[in-house]
Design a protein around this ligand. Structure first.
Ligand SMILES: *[C@@H]1O[C@H](CO)[C@@H](O)[C@H](O)[C@H]1NC(C)=O
Ligand SMILES: *[C@@H]1O[C@H](CO)[C@@H](O)[C@H](O)[C@H]1NC(C)=O
Length: 288
């Protein structure tokens, strides 16, 4: 399943639409571990950091709970998708966004006919008002939280510069990696640190690649799935494609990769690209 998916909806937003798709990215008993860090071995240096306040931990748990639609009864989830051998595994599509999903009609074309294979979640910035997406897909809305990325050198000493990995706004997590992410506290607490310079605080697309390359270097691909054209970067934004540039030829170019896998996603496209992209969707985007 390969798609050239719609990227950041607005050229001015920093990194508004992210997607993770993971096999049933739902909750498990592992969440209980959030309350009991002693269940997991403490890592080197972890002791040096101040503890994360319990209300923040509870907040996370609450979000995970919403995401999984699990009712906790006496602290024990009734269903635990991640730990069961599900005979009908699904892919979870997670859209993390701070603006309208202008490419929703394109996603609709991608999803239609395959409704039994996925769940869709929209994690919307609680500080912006989103219009309902222009699609007939059943989606669960879950308020997102502002993340507070770091300032200079705050990743040290746990994450040295050479271990840091640059990620892209689209990422894929396998089920076992979802578990790893849910259990992980050391890197996550870095993202709870206050932002030092508001203008350099971007949504943290680097978290997953950094974590996975540290924790499971043999189990991840070490390359990005997202094609980005940095040839004329403006204010840290890559080249934004406008509607006259969209063509089947461009899409073929954007898929071509130096790795053994083609690119799955591309960014970034201005909202006026929706029409031309829809026009060539059957012929050039969803044919394979
Ligand atoms: C990348 O952007 C430049 C404009 O900066 C454009 O001329 C070029 O065709 C683009 N390359 C691809 C592969 O889209
Ligand atoms: C592939 O590698 C060549 C040579 O290093 C480089 O010029 C080209 O931009 C790369 N293409 C992509 C899609 O990264």
């Amino acid at each position: 399943m390969s798609s050239l998916a719609s990227p950041t909806p607005s050229p001015s937003s920093t990194a508004s639409s992210s997607i993770i798709y993971s096999l049933t990215f739902l909750l498990s008993l592992f969440l209980l571990g959030l309350f009991a860090p002693q269940f997991f071995p403490l890592r080197k240096n972890q002791e040096r950091q101040p503890p994360i306040p319990i209300n923040k931990e509870l907040d996370d748990l609450h979000l995970f709970e919403l995401a999984s639609n699990i009712e906790l009864s006496r602290g024990v989830p009734k269903i635990s998708h991640l730990r069961t051998a599900n005979s009908h595994p699904k892919i979870a599509f997670l859209f993390l966004t701070n603006s309208d999903l202008v490419f929703a009609p394109l996603w609709q074309r991608f999803f239609q006919g395959n409704e039994h294979l996925f769940n869709v979640y929209i994690h919307a910035d609680p500080f912006t008002k989103l219009s309902p997406p222009d699609w007939s897909i059943k989606a669960n809305f879950i308020p997102a939280k502002k993340t507070h990325p770091r300032g200079p050198r705050v990743m040290l000493p746990e994450i040295s510069f050479d271990r840091f990995r640059i990620g892209s706004q689209f990422f894929v997590l396998a089920k076992r990696h979802s578990l790893l992410v849910l259990k992980e506290r050391m890197l996550w607490r870095k993202f709870k640190l206050p932002c030092i310079d508001l203008y350099s605080c971007y949504p943290e697309e680097h978290y997953f690649p950094t974590l996975l390359s540290m924790e499971d270097p043999k189990g991840c691909s070490h390359y990005t799935l997202t094609r980005v054209n940095w040839s004329d970067s403006i204010d840290g934004h890559p080249h934004t494609y406008r509607s006259p540039e969209v063509s089947p030829k461009l899409l073929r170019q954007l898929r071509t990769s130096n790795s053994s896998h083609s690119y799955f996603f591309a960014r970034k496209f201005a909202p006026d690209c929706l029409k031309p992209l829809l026009k060539i969707a059957e012929e050039a985007i969803f044919r394979d």
